[in-house]
Design a protein around this ligand. Structure first.
Ligand code: 13P
Ligand code: SF4
Length: 319
């Protein structure tokens, strides 16, 4: 505890010394999210993190989350230094979408508009017509569908399937998944609802269709957070990474939040879903990164130019 307090103070000082701002995702640990709040930094979903980093005047952005979030920050602000607590923090969606294989898939379907999820490498983004995050994916694909476009979607098949069902767009899906959300089970959630009959169910759309089907609200992390505040229910069952509970509980101190059960766990599940890569972010690693300038994001300038085009379209898309 003492050590953690000292580390927190050290990181605070390092942020000041390096003219740096901390931008954290909702899935990082409570201690990192609290530090972002205390130091005038930011906590948000992946779209909001990108917007905040691009607008903030600090010369160094410290992005606590996973690698694609740091890369997105760099693509939007190439003149800034972007540090991460660790560059090892990746994502199963990014790993499962190799840029060369993806490019070949696109070449095989030239009549399709290529829409990729932000959880991808800069090289995959550079091959896309559009980049989207889960909070804007439905609107962008609806609008493309209205223009009569056929969509090639990558990499998350569950999110792709959800968007396809919601919009009715013609979509070809890449076969990728989030290892955290893929594990939620509809049966476990329904069993938990029997114990808590007044509970509403919140689901992130990276979950399988069977889980989305039992949701009262489906949405990105920030959309679920908003719903947690607006719904009248006193109890909420939440199918997303447990990191979100920090903000949900802070904003709704009188509500009860329950983790949705994952595979193999019944209604007694206590601590199920947590992304192993988000979990790699720590105060120690943040301190070393700031002290040593290690774990800095570097992307080739021409890749930045090409990946910026579909990313900028997302940021300019009318809300
Ligand atoms: P959000 O865009 O909802 O923040 O989700 C991205 C994600 O999966 C981070 O791991
Ligand atoms: Fe990727 Fe899933 Fe982890 Fe998000 S929670 S970073 S989508 S593996």
């Amino acid at each position: 505890e003492l050590e953690e307090t000292a580390l927190r103070e050290q990181v605070k000082q390092l942020l000041v010394d390096h003219n740096a701002v901390l931008i954290a995702h909702y899935y990082t640990s409570p201690v990192i999210q609290a530090l972002a709040e205390e130091t005038g930094g930011f906590i948000g979903d992946s779209l909001e993190m990108a917007r905040f980093g691009a607008r903030h005047p600090a010369q160094t952005l410290v992005v606590a989350g996973v690698r694609f979030m740091g890369e997105t920050a760099k693509i939007l602000s190439p003149e800034k230094r972007v540090l991460m607590p660790t560059l090892e923090a990746t994502c199963s969606l990014d790993i499962g979408c190799d840029a060369d294989e993806f490019s070949q898939f696109c070449d095989e379907h030239p009549e399709h508009t290529v829409v990729v999820y932000a959880n991808t490498s800069a090289a995959v983004k550079a091959r896309a017509d559009w980049v989207v995050t889960s909070s804007i994916a439905l609107q962008v694909v609806s609008s493309l569908h209205e223009q009569g476009k056929k969509i090639l979607w990558a990499p998350d098949k569950h999110l792709g399937d959800y968007i396809c069902r919601e919009t009715g767009a013609e979509m070809l899906l890449w076969d990728g998944a989030c290892i955290v959300h893929e594990e939620f089970k509809a049966k476990g959630i329904l069993d938990l609802k029997k114990v808590h009959p007044t509970a509403a169910v919140l689901v992130h759309p990276e979950s399988p269709a069977s889980v989305v089907d039992v949701a009262d609200v489906t949405g990105s992390t920030s959309q679920l957070l908003k719903a947690a505040g607006e719904l009248p229910n006193d109890t909420l069952i939440v199918a997303t990474d447990r990191g979100i509970f920090y903000k949900m509980q802070q904003e709704n101190p009188n509500k009860i939040f329950l983790e949705a059960p994952t595979a193999g766990q019944g209604a007694s599940c206590r601590s199920c879903a947590h992304c192993p890569w988000m979990g790699m972010n720590s105060l120690e690693r943040m301190a070393s990164s700031l002290k040593e300038g290690s774990d800095e994001i570097h992307i080739a300038p021409e890749l930045i130019q090409n990946a910026l085009i579909p990313l900028q379209k997302m940021l300019d898309f009318p809300k």
